[in-house]
Ligand binder design. Structure first.
Ligand code: ME8
Length: 509
């Protein structure tokens, strides 16, 4: 039987600057969900990419004396390097500058224009001539001038194409109201409903003031502007227009994971575009919160960005992933703080998890020459807790309660450490009559570690593999399934485990 499909996306990031830890947050969550879905038997397609067009990029490149594509190529390489270092398991990386994407966008534009939902009109906006940029009223500075150069703006009109959003507003509103799972969390849903109820204007979808973009078919002085180009990236890699079978398999997308400020584009504009094309809407758009520094959104202009590459160099990808997944509740804003990161590494990773593995393997080596011996059924006492944890974990992960799932696993790790203290294997080892009790305790601990390694594999893939290696079951790592965690007792009698190696060094503050 073929596996069920699961299609998950992150936003495509602007290559206007280096990515910061806020971007890494979004991609880490998506990666965790993708890995979890693969573990539970789905055929996952996980997409990320780069959103490369627009006047800003064109201008930055010109200022550096290079072409836009030369400029973005370098930055996009740095995105790919970051995702490699962070262990992101995306199945494709879409660049909006790629020919495969241009073809799709132009065809979509053509189809919607042919049915009369894209029409030519006049765009009027507040224009800053030196910056060659349009601004909206609310973007202007406190003197009503250009927010970039602070010179006066003037009202200017240019020919442009418009998309009839107004025609689809009621249908999108009904979709959001009728399908509570379409837009989460709930707070964002209410915001969008109110937004649409205020009335939707038609959307300007082309510009003539720059040319770094996808030309409008049969009218090449226009380029297709922003969201019409960007959102359609979700259709390109899954075979829209060129592989009907693949497209039918992965669409509608199961999850568009996006930051809260772009939920509006992903539900309302995207909803209208898809309806105009007669394509089903995605199953879910989830608006996550922001990573903030002392309450402020991280951004280059505020000078408070944290470079994820430096953090990975210093603390390892898994430590960063752990912190982001554990500390920030999906849907809410969360604080990034270096001290808190170090504290989590020392307490949760080096102490709780690291010690559990170290103590367990050490004792198996010391008391049983590295071998697991046959436990007898009736003294098994971690089994129920392990299996309850697995069950609860699955419910939380299915519900996207990722930080709760991380906490749950750590509760079990704490329980295992306490079990060592309670059973005191070093005392059992001294008493010949307690031989079977010792066998049982060590078996239970090894088995619990095997299950823990499976449960953390979506969060911390490298650490999970390292635990498998130390348990000497690495040959099973690539083929492991969630079902392997649902059975307590898979490690075989006489299985020989490895020597303990430190998972996470303690960080001196
Ligand atoms: O919006 N915390 O690109 P982008 C959490 N190209 N998430 C953050 C963040 C922070 N501090 N800063 C940014 C775009 N993000 C468009 C998307 S999709 C068809 C086009 C998240 O590079 C932000 O919320 O500005 C958004 O989801 C993503 O990074 C990309 O932001």
């Amino acid at each position: 039987m073929s596996k069920p499909a699961y299609y998950i996306t992150t936003p495509i990031y602007y290559p206007s600057a280096k990515l910061h830890i806020g971007h890494a947050y979004c991609t880490t969550i998506a990666d965790t969900i993708a890995r979890y879905k693969r573990l539970t038997g789905y055929d996952v397609f996980f997409l990320t990419g780069s959103d490369e067009h627009g006047q800003k990029i064109q201008r930055t490149a010109e200022a550096q004396g290079i072409t836009p594509i030369e400029y973005v190529d370098k930055i996009v390489d740095s995105f790919k390097e970051l995702w490699r270092r962070l262990n992101i398991s995306n199945d494709d990386f879409i660049r909006t500058s790629e020919p495969r994407h241009h073809e799709v966008v132009q065809e979509i534009f053509r189809r919607i224009r042919d049915k009369g939902d894209i029409y030519k009109g006049e765009y009027t906006g507040l224009y800053c001539t030196p910056c060659e940029s349009y601004w909206t009223e609310i973007q202007l500075d406190e003197n009503g001038c250009c927010p970039d150069c602070h010179r006066p703006v003037e009202k200017v009109s240019e020919e442009a194409y418009f998309f009839k959003m107004s025609k689809y507003a009621d249908a999108v509103l009904k979709h959001i109201e009728d399908n509570p799972e379409f837009l989460e969390p709930k707070s964002r849903r209410n915001e969008m409903i109110n937004f649409i109820k205020q009335g939707l204007e038609d959307l300007c979808v082309s510009r003539t003031s720059f040319n770094w973009g996808i030309p409008v078919p049969d009218d090449e002085k226009h380029v297709i502007y922003v969201w019409f180009d960007a959102l359609t990236n979700y259709l390109t890699p899954i075979g829209y227009l060129d592989d009907a079978e693949k497209f039918a398999k992965y669409w509608p997308a199961d999850l568009h994971l996006v930051g809260k400020e772009i939920v509006r584009f992903h539900t309302i504009i995207w909803g209208c575009i898809l309806m105009a094309l007669g394509i089903e809407l995605p199953k879910k758009v989830y608006g996550h919160g922001w990573l903030v520094i002392s309450g402020d959104k991280m951004s280059k202009s505020k000078g408070n960005v944290v470079d994820p590459m430096l953090l990975i160099d210093e603390f390892s990808a898994d430590a960063i992933r752990y912190f982001l997944l554990r500390e920030i509740v999906l849907g809410q804003d969360g604080n990034f703080n270096r001290d808190a990161l170090i504290q989590r590494i020392n307490a949760d990773l080096a102490n709780d998890l690291g010690n559990l593995l170290h103590r367990t393997l050490n004792m198996i080596n010391k008391f049983q020459k590295g071998s697991l011996l046959e436990p007898n059924e009736d003294t098994v006492s971690l089994k129920t807790e392990a299996l309850d944890t697995v069950k609860e974990y699955r419910a939380l992960m299915d519900n996207l309660q990722i930080s709760d799932a991380v906490k749950l696993v750590w509760k079990f790790i704490t329980r295992c450490n306490k079990y060592i203290d309670e059973t005191a294997p070093w005392k059992l080892a001294k008493d010949e009559t307690q031989k079977q009790a010792l066998i049982n305790v060590l078996y239970n601990l090894a088995e619990s570690l095997r299950i823990i390694a499976i449960l953390i594999s979506p969060f911390m893939p490298t650490t999970s593999r390292r635990i498998f290696e130390q348990l000497k079951i690495a040959q099973n790592f690539d083929t492991m399934q969630f079902a392997d965690a649902e059975i307590f007792g898979k490690l075989e009698n006489n299985h020989v485990v490895g020597k303990p190696e430190q998972l996470f060094p303690r960080i001196e503050i």
